[in-house]
Design a binder for this molecule. Structure first.
Ligand code: NAD
Length: 273
């Protein structure tokens, strides 16, 4: 199965479906990412703070898959902001991953208390120019924090942000659309904390002979989001990858859109420092 790609505002492409490794135990990461690569995933989303970049790197090296067939993202943690410090942090991530470049490097959180994400962001294009990352972007910059980033004139290729049917980033979306910044939806399944099977999603899933998780992933794809659900379980990895043989109708997409209720399931960027 070839996963569709999206073209970013810097002209580069990204596989629209990937595999996320948040909360994947460093000891288990090599096995789990190996499973994901065998299932067919070619896009892996990690972060320095997940502590599992080494396991991701080992799985990639062992797989024998050509580097240019893989898309790897990592993220700068909150205590490594600043121009010089972020460059050192990126170097450490590359070392752990065993790669000479990532495909996408993100500022993980705006950390408003530290008040230096703009300085950090202004250093990011040089990492791209030096070939340490192909694309650059931000994460968790919502309508409160994205304007300062946009004011620099350096436009992120993506904003990786909490996004699932009951929390669709309604206030941030107009800015993202205006600047052609792709939504990377984290917590795409609501982190398993919302009983989506018991909503209209359950009915739509039954109508297509698919699971609630596959139905939500399909909704993300049709909404144009980049999405990388996480599972330690190989059957679920395969299930989450098996989403290209059905299509939601316009009315079904609209019904899922209607689940928006402002209910985030994880950290508010104003409070993560
Ligand atoms: P998710 O929405 O992908 O939920 C994962 C959980 O959903 C699993 O632990 C499991 O309990 C359940 N699940 C997965 N597949 C299922 C299936 N087929 N059927 C039933 N249940 C299933 O949440 P996530 O892991 O938080 O988000 C995905 C990825 O996004 C992460 O792994 C990470 O790469 C990224 N992320 C980024 C940030 C950020 O701040 N940038 C924050 C959280 C996550």
């Amino acid at each position: 199965m070839t996963v569709p790609t999206l073209t970013l505002n810097d002209g580069k492409t990204i596989p629209q479906l990937g595999f996320g490794v948040f909360k994947v135990d460093p000891e288990e990461t090599e096995r789990i990412v190996t499973d994901a690569l065998e299932v067919g995933y070619r896009h892996i989303d990690t972060a320095a703070v997940y502590g599992n970049e080494e396991g991701v790197g080992r799985a990639i090296a062992k797989s024998g898959i050509a580097r240019d067939e893989l898309f790897v993202t990592t993220k700068l943690w909150n205590d490594r902001h600043g121009a010089d410090e972020s460059k050192r942090a990126l170097g450490e991530s590359l070392e752990k991953l065993g790669l000479d470049h990532v495909d996408l490097y993100l500022i993980h959180w705006p950390t408003p208390e530290n008040n230096n994400s703009v300085e950090t962001w202004e250093a990011f294009p040089s990492y791209r120019d030096q070939g340490l990352t192909t694309s650059i972007g931000v994460s968790n910059f919502d309508h409160r924090y994205l304007p300062q980033i946009l004011d620099t004139g350096i436009i992120p290729a993506v904003d990786q942000i909490e996004c699932h049917p009951q929390f669709q980033q309604i206030e941030t979306r107009p800015l993202l659309t205006e600047h052609d910044i792709k939504v990377e939806a984290w917590g795409p399944l609501g982190q398993g904390k919302v009983d989506y099977a018991d909503t209209v999603i359950g009915e739509i899933a039954s109508a297509h002979g698919k699971s609630w998780a596959q139905t939500i992933i399909r909704w993300h794809l049709q909404r144009g989001h980049v999405v990388f659900p996480k599972s330690n379980n190989r059957d679920r990895m395969a299930q989450n990858f098996d989403v290209f043989d059905f299509e939601l109708t316009t009315a079904e997409v609209a019904a899922i859109d209607g689940l928006e209720n402002g209910g985030r399931v994880s950290g508010d960027p104003a409070e993560v420092n």
